[in-house]
Ligand binder design. Structure first.
Ligand SMILES: Cc1cc2nc3c(=O)[nH]c(=O)nc-3n(C[C@H](O)[C@H](O)[C@H](O)COP(=O)(O)O)c2cc1C
Length: 332
């Protein structure tokens, strides 16, 4: 297994939790790290520091207890504002600054940020120079393969990044115009890896140990970013790590372990967000965990009506108790 270095940090493995706004909050980051992710990246925070006083932004800031090295993602389109946001995040404890040039969300792109920046290479260079100069921690960059299929300028952006002193580059194998449609392609990521000497991480549609191994082989990438496949399945990191290290598949977690992980996650969400917001955010995570289990659809309809942390906790326990009983009946 190749060793992944980002500035002074050596990661324990090649697997990174991709930043996902609204998903990779502190409870989820801690869980993924514990279950085998070598690095986790916070949800993006806006580069407009005037907005940081909002409850939403402050919950997105890193916190005591965030797993190290603490990587914080910033998004914006103005070099000086991004530089200031990077400085402030380092003061708050960030050990790596990640710049988002990969997100196609309208909210981000309307303000010429996220992957919309890929269209303007001069601005990309100005942003990367400003942020790298502003902080003395490693700065990483996340991009897509290009603006659209006719303008796959990923290689050119990667060279700009290397020139600017970016410490590692993550590439999602879609263009901005693809949004999340179609399949991620890895040829452009392989070409980018060949074109630069900084570590390159491949991203997009990696959802199993086999896929992880084939993407590493196809791209020559130093590491992998895994996003949606970790939703409701944070143990995917240990499954992939085990497979990459041994060539053997790890058994899927037994029901009682899924229950334990989910209940811990639920408690952490409730504690982190408080009753009202915690209950709301827990709904989507619980839905993801149970999506593939029988009886989940009916459970979810009921569960989404609950409005207290206690009721959520009790319902999840009842769901698993019923499943354990069914399994015992089958076994008897
Ligand atoms: C709900 C959601 C939120 C996301 N938010 C961010 C973000 O804040 N910053 C970012 O760089 N990418 C963001 N992404 C993109 C992911 O980091 C990743 O590049 C993409 O999902 C492809 O990887 P996957 O197929 O493993 O999910 C988001 C994706 C999803 C699904």
């Amino acid at each position: 297994m190749s060793v992944v270095r980002i500035g002074p940090y050596t990661l324990p493995n090649q697997l990174i939790l991709a930043p996902m706004a609204g998903v990779t909050d502190q409870p989820f980051r801690q869980l993924c790290r514990r279950l085998g992710a070598g690095l986790v990246v916070s949800e993006m925070v806006t580069s407009d520091v005037r907005l940081w006083n909002s409850r939403k932004s402050s919950l997105r800031m890193i916190h005591n207890g965030d797993p190290e090295p603490r990587s914080v993602q910033i998004a914006g389109g103005d070099p000086e504002m991004l530089a200031e946001a990077a400085r402030r995040n380092v003061e708050l404890g960030a050990q790596i600054i990640d710049i988002n040039m990969g997100c196609p969300a309208k909210k981000v792109c309307n303000k010429a940020a996220g992957s919309a920046l890929l269209k303007d290479e001069e601005l990309v260079a100005a942003i990367l120079d400003a942020v790298v100069k502003a902080v003395d921690v490693p700065v990483t960059l996340k991009i897509r393969t290009g603006w659209d299929r006719a303008n796959k300028n990923g290689i050119s952006v990667a060279k700009i990044a290397e020139q600017a002193g970016i410490s590692a580059l993550a590439v999602h194998g879609r263009t901005r115009a693809d949004l999340y449609t179609g399949q991620a392609e890895y040829d452009t990521i392989a070409a980018i890896k060949q074109a630069v000497r900084i570590p390159v991480f491949a991203n997009g549609d990696i959802d199993s140990p086999h896929k992880a191994r084939s993407v590493l082989a196809a791209t020559g990438a130093d590491g992998l970013l895994i996003g949606r496949a970790a939703q409701g399945r944070p143990w995917i990191f240990r499954e992939i790590a085990h497979y990459l290290a041994t060539g053997q598949e790890l058994a899927a977690p037994p029901l009682h372990e899924i229950e334990r992980i989910l209940l811990e996650h639920l408690s952490a969400l409730h504690a982190f967000y408080g009753e009202v917001m915690g209950v709301r955010i827990a709904r989507k995570h619980v839905g993801w965990y149970l999506a593939t289990l029988p009886g989940a659809r009916e459970f979810r309809t009921d569960f989404n009506r609950l409005d207290s942390t206690d009721a959520q906790y009790t319902h999840v326990r009842q769901f698993f108790a019923a499943r354990h009983n069914k399994d015992n009946e089958v076994a008897a």
